[in-house]
Design a binder for this molecule. Structure first.
Ligand code: CS2
Length: 487
C-alpha cells in the first residue's frame, strides 16, 4: 500500500475530506511544543480550517521527548488522517496544517531558530501538566526540578518547556524581534496566568531583567480546550488505511465534539479562529473551570474507579448505571454549585458530557486517563473540595474520587495484579503504600501528606481526612463497584 503524502494526496477518495488550499504556499506562523494526538485532533484542525483564508499560519511541531511522531509524519510530509467517530459512523479527513516536526534532542538549534524567527508569532503548547515543571498545588515553578536545574545550568541548550520558551524569547529580544504570544493548551487551572508565572520565574532565575521582560511584555492568553482523543490503536490504523486506500502510520481518532475558548490577546496577530468555530472571549476562566471540574473532574475518578472495577474504557465504565450515577452525582451535587455560569448551561454541558463519555466508538482507556494523577488532582478535584469545605457543604463523591486515586496509586488491583502506575511521583506513591500496608487511615494520612498535591490545608481538615479514609476502607474491603453503589 502506498503511503499518504503530498504526492499521493489526490488519490484520497472523495469520501475523505482533504486540504483545499495550496500546501506549497503555506508558511509557518506557529511553533507547537508537544505534537501529539490531542493537538493533532484539536488545534491543528482549527488551523487547517484557517489556512485557505490565510496561509501564513502553518505549524512547525516539536516533540520534546520521543521521535516517534516525527518518524511517522516526516515520510507523509506532515499529513495525517483524523477519524471522527460519532453515532452515525466515522468521518475521515486529511489534515495538512503541520508542515514539519522537529525532535528536540536532534534539532534543538533548528527549533530555537524557528521559535526566534520573526515569522513565528505564536508558540502553542500541549506538554501535559507535568511538562511545566511546576508544583501542582501552588502553580509555582518547581525550582529543584531536575530539568529546571539542568536548564539553569546550561540555559542556551534547554530541554524543558519553560527553558525553551525563555531561551527563544531571549534571542528575539536580543535581535529586536517582538516576543511571540505563548498559548498554553493544557488542562491547568488559569492556564495562561499560571504559565506566565512559571516562565517569568524561570527567566528571572536566569536574569532578573529577562524576568521583568517576560512578565511585562509577553502575552500569555488563557484558553479552554476540549476534545476527547484516545490513543490510536492498531485497529484504528487498519480502519483508516482501508478508508483511505493509502497507509497512514499515525492517524488520530476523536469524537465529533470540539470546543476551543480563547482569551483574545495576541499582540502579533492570530489566525481567524472565530471564523472556524473557536470562541474568542475576554475572560476564559468560567469556561475553563467548568471544563476542569465537570469533564476532567469526573473523568479522573471514573478512570480510577473503572480501572479498579476491571473496565478497560470510560464507555464501558459509564455503561454500568452505578458508575454513570456517580459521575452525574459528582457533577450535579458537588461541582456545579461551585461554578459561576448559568445553571441551565451547566446542566446542558453535564448531559452532553455523559453522552460523550458513553460514545462506544471511542476506546478511551481508563489506564490512559489514570496517568499523572498527582499533577491532575489539584485542579480537577481538590479546588472543588476546598470550595465545598468553605461553603460548609458535603463532598462524598469527590472524597471517593480522591480515595480511588489513592487505591490505584497503591499499585495493585482488586485481584492483586500489579498496576502500571505512570506518574512523576510514582516512587513516592509506592513508598506510602509500602509503609502503611492496608490500613486505610494510615494510607490516607500518608498520601495526604504529599504537599505538592494536597497543600498544607487539606491534610489538616479532619472531615476531609475521615471521608477519604472511610471510602478507602470500602475500596479495600469491598472494591470499587461496591464503593460506588454505597454512595
Ligand atoms: C483526560 C483528558 O487524559 C485525561 O486526563 O481527562 O485528556 C480529556 O480527555 C480532555 O481534557 C478532553 O478535552
Amino acid at each position: 500500500m502506498q503511503r499518504l503524502s503530498n504526492a499521493t494526496l489526490d488519490q484520497v477518495p472523495a469520501s475523505v475530506a482533504r486540504p483545499r488550499y495550496d500546501r506549497a504556499a503555506v508558511r509557518p506562523g506557529i511553533v507547537h511544543l508537544g505534537v501529539g494526538a490531542f493537538q493533532r485532533a484539536h488545534q491543528a484542525v482549527y488551523v487547517d480550517d484557517c489556512l485557505a483564508g490565510d496561509p501564513t499560519w502553518g505549524i512547525v511541531g516539536a516533540s520534546l521527548r520521543r521521535p516517534d511522531t516525527r518518524d511517522a509524519l516526516a515520510p507523509q510530509d506532515g499529513l495525517y488522517t483524523l477519524a471522527v467517530k460519532g453515532g452515525q459512523g466515522t468521518d475521515h479527513r486529511v489534515v495538512g496544517s503541520i508542515l514539519d516536526v522537529l525532535v528536540l534532542g536532534e534539532d534543538r538549534e533548528r527549533l530555537l531558530g524557528q521559535m526566534a524567527d520573526p515569522g513565528t508569532r505564536i508558540v502553542t503548547l500541549t506538554v501535559t501538566e507535568k511538562g511545566y515543571c511546576h508544583d501542582p498545588a501552588t502553580g509555582e515553578l518547581a525550582e529543584d526540578h531536575p530539568d529546571i536545574r539542568a536548564d539553569l545550568a546550561a540555559p542556551e541548550a534547554p530541554s524543558s518547556a519553560p527553558g525553551l520558551l525563555v531561551e527563544a524569547l531571549r534571542r528575539r529580544r536580543a535581535g529586536g524581534i517582538p516576543p511571540f504570544t505563548v498559548l498554553t493548551c493544557d488542562n491547568l487551572p488559569a492556564n495562561g496566568p499560571t504559565v506566565r508565572r512559571i516562565v517569568a520565574r524561570f527567566a528571572h532565575l536566569r536574569d532578573p531583567g529577562l524576568g521583568r521582560f517576560v512578565a511585562g511584555e509577553v502575552a500569555f492568553p488563557a484558553t479552554m480546550v476540549d476534545r476527547i482523543v484516545p490513543a490510536t490503536t492498531e485497529a484504528d490504523r487498519a480502519e483508516v488505511d482501508a478508508a483511505l486506500g493509502l497507509a497512514d502510520a499515525w492517524p488520530v481518532v476523536t469524537e465529533p465534539f470540539s470546543q476551543w475558548v480563547v482569551e483574545d490577546r495576541f499582540p502579533l496577530g492570530r489566525p481567524p479562529l472565530e471564523s472556524v468555530g473557536a470562541e474568542m472571549v475576554g475572560a476564559v476562566e468560567p469556561y475553563e473551570r467548568m471544563k476542569l471540574r465537570l469533564l476532567n473532574g469526573s473523568h479522573s475518578p471514573l478512570a480510577y474507579l473503572g480501572y479498579l472495577a476491571g473496565f478497560e474504557t470510560i464507555a464501558e465504565t459509564v455503561a454500568v448505571p452505578a458508575f454513570r450515577r456517580f459521575a452525574h452525582g459528582l457533577m450535579t451535587d458537588e461541582a456545579i454549585p461551585t461554578l459561576r455560569l448559568p445553571e441551565a448551561d451547566l446542566l446542558a454541558y453535564r448531559d452532553r458530557l455523559l453522552e460523550r463519555f458513553a460514545n462506544p466508538g471511542l476506546r478511551h482507556r481508563t489506564w490512559q486517563i489514570a496517568m499523572d494523577g498527582s499533577q491532575k488532582l489539584p485542579q480537577r478535584l481538590l479546588g472543588t473540595v476546598r470550595d465545598r469545605i468553605e461553603a460548609g457543604a458535603p463532598f462524598p463523591h469527590l472524597a471517593l474520587g480522591v480515595a480511588a486515586w489513592m487505591r490505584y496509586a497503591m499499585g495493585k488491583d482488586e485481584k492483586d495484579r500489579p498496576i502500571d502506575v505512570r506518574d512523576p511521583l510514582a516512587e513516592r506513591l509506592r513508598a506510602v503504600a509500602d509503609g502503611a500496608g492496608r490500613d486505610p487511615a494510615r494510607l490516607a494520612a500518608g498520601y495526604l501528606s504529599i504537599n505538592e498535591i494536597f497543600g498544607p490545608d487539606l491534610p489538616r481538615h479532619e472531615g476531609f481526612k475521615a471521608a477519604v479514609a472511610g471510602h478507602l476502607g470500602t475500596l479495600l474491603e469491598r472494591g470499587a463497584k461496591a464503593a460506588v453503589e454505597a454512595l
